[in-house]
Ligand binder design. Sequence first.
Ligand code: ADP
Length: 158
Amino acid sequence: MAIERTLVLIKPDGMQRHLAGLSIDRLENTHMDLVGAKIVTVTDKLAREHYALLEGVGPFKDRKLFEHLINFIKGEYHGDPRRRVLALVYKGEDAVKAIRAAVGVTNPEDASPETIRGAFGRICRKHGYYENVVHASGNLEEAEREIGLWFKPGEILE
Ligand code: ADP
């Protein structure tokens, strides 16, 4: 087992519904260490860099769904012109897997009720996208790539 870092985002739906605290409570229960945290206004550039690997892949072969994904993380559906996302970095043994386990699977209807997405996520019937409250890196490589997008090196503790 290795010491890893992983990125978590409290997405605009989670911010709008004031679920940041409850989400962090569950993340803290993993006993990983919080080593970075900041509120970020998500630009179009950052949104597209963050989701670059998903463009044209799986469900995102549907161009409209991909554009929903971009608009969603930019906060365009959640009525806040400040477009807030809370970005967090957790560090610890097997952090990527431990944090993903606390977050739950992508579809909130499939996510186990003790996970963040299972407890608080929902599906937007109008547009068909998942309001799953948080993002967490899928693997170590993605984690390091994503941390580099959202944080400057001096903003994260060792
Ligand atoms: P995860 O966030 O669990 O790693 P992905 O990276 O595959 O999942 O997808 C990124 C985000 O896109 C998801 O968190 C979710 O908000 C949205 N998403 C993924 N698949 C679908 C889908 N089939 N329908 C609607 N939204 C989806």
